[in-house]
Design a protein around this ligand. Sequence first.
Ligand SMILES: Cc1cc2nc3c(=O)[nH]c(=O)nc-3n(C[C@H](O)[C@H](O)[C@H](O)COP(=O)(O)OP(=O)(O)OC[C@H]3O[C@@H](n4cnc5c(N)ncnc54)[C@H](O)[C@@H]3O)c2cc1C
Length: 388
Amino acid sequence: MSSLLIDTHPALTDLSAQERMFQEAVRDFAISEIVPKVREMDEAAEMDPELIAKLFELGLMGIEIPGMHGGTGADFFTSVLVVEELSKVDPSMAVLVDVQNTLVINALLRWGTDDQKAHYSPKLASDTVGAYALSEAGSGSDAFALSCRATQDGDHWVLSGHKLWITNGSEAGLFIVFATVDPDAGYKGITAFLVDRELDGFSVGKKEDKLGIRASSTTELLFEDVRVSADHVLGEVGKGYKVAIETLNEGRIGIGAQMVGLAQGALDHTVRYVKEREQFGRAVGSFQGVQFQLAEMATEIAAARLLVYNAARLKVAGKPFLVPAAMAKLYASQSAQRVASACIDLHGGYGFSKEFPVEKLYRDAKVGTIYEGTSNMQKQTIAKALMR
Ligand SMILES: Cc1cc2nc3c(=O)[nH]c(=O)nc-3n(C[C@H](O)[C@H](O)[C@H](O)COP(=O)(O)OP(=O)(O)OC[C@H]3O[C@@H](n4cnc5c(N)ncnc54)[C@H](O)[C@@H]3O)c2cc1C
């Protein structure tokens, strides 16, 4: 009886054999190949193209793309595990993978026509990085106040305007771009387009010089009368707001996973450090005051992980996950900041130095409460459900 209960109600953290295999493969890759390059990539504010090529080789850039289109054919939960694992080592590399899988591929598979999926899936799985372009200078939290314009001209749409803060802008070959076909229609004018990098009139503008996730490119996009074929509308004309809302609801679970991995990475470094660092004639990790701090951190990370896994498993099961996803992102990003900060404290002066990885993880943690909906926006979603 008890084994039946265990089989039918596993802990959220119980992984299937396939999930465990993925987790271990990504962990090995991250430790052997990413770790040696993290600092250099952070300082150069550039992602190593060889590492990106390896992400494709390992099947990490097309996790949910079906095998018949060259993808890995795994599920959303696997994407979350991959993002968590990469983030322990480098949240920059993790967000490249996160945007590719939880936003771009997710939107394509959910909203794309058969032709669009047949055309773009093999590319995304094999060599094309994707980007997701919603934000503009004047529209962030109020995303649907965007002003990028799409005007119909025969069997084409002509895009004009600017996008800002676009992750993977430097590397991407495919951009999911949100523009309005009718500014007077408000959110009902918003439409999503599949835009190839090579199109005339499209260019990638200024790259942001950032506090954290420096190796992840964040760029401006410029559209000067870019002609996009009408069969490149993703979803329906005027229904882009649905594409955006639904993919971001899912995508923010990935950001929660990024923050869980980041916090775990910082804690792992710190446990190692306090075992070695001696003061008052003994390892600082032998002081109960320090151990209690570690215990608090481990508990916060475990709680954040449960929220993230629960939201991801609900999504995979086709159950409602809007509020669980908002809670997961809110809590995981806030706890990652607390954990990364405490990890610096426990490294003492060395924590403040670039010689130890916690300094970078602390900087990287900051973005978690901002992108894919700020903490206030997550609270708004949670509160709205409470007040209904
Ligand atoms: C590194 C990075 C990568 C990004 N990548 C992408 C990407 O790939 N694609 C993309 O489209 N966007 C991307 N973004 C943009 C990101 O999603 C926005 O920055 C975010 O949604 C916040 O918008 P904003 O910066 O305009 O802040 P604002 O909306 O101006 O918010 C400023 C402050 O006001 C608060 N606030 C605003 N409205 C309310 C309200 N109604 N109630 C309470 N508080 C409120 C916010 O919580 C915040 O604290 C990225 C941003 C960063 C920093």
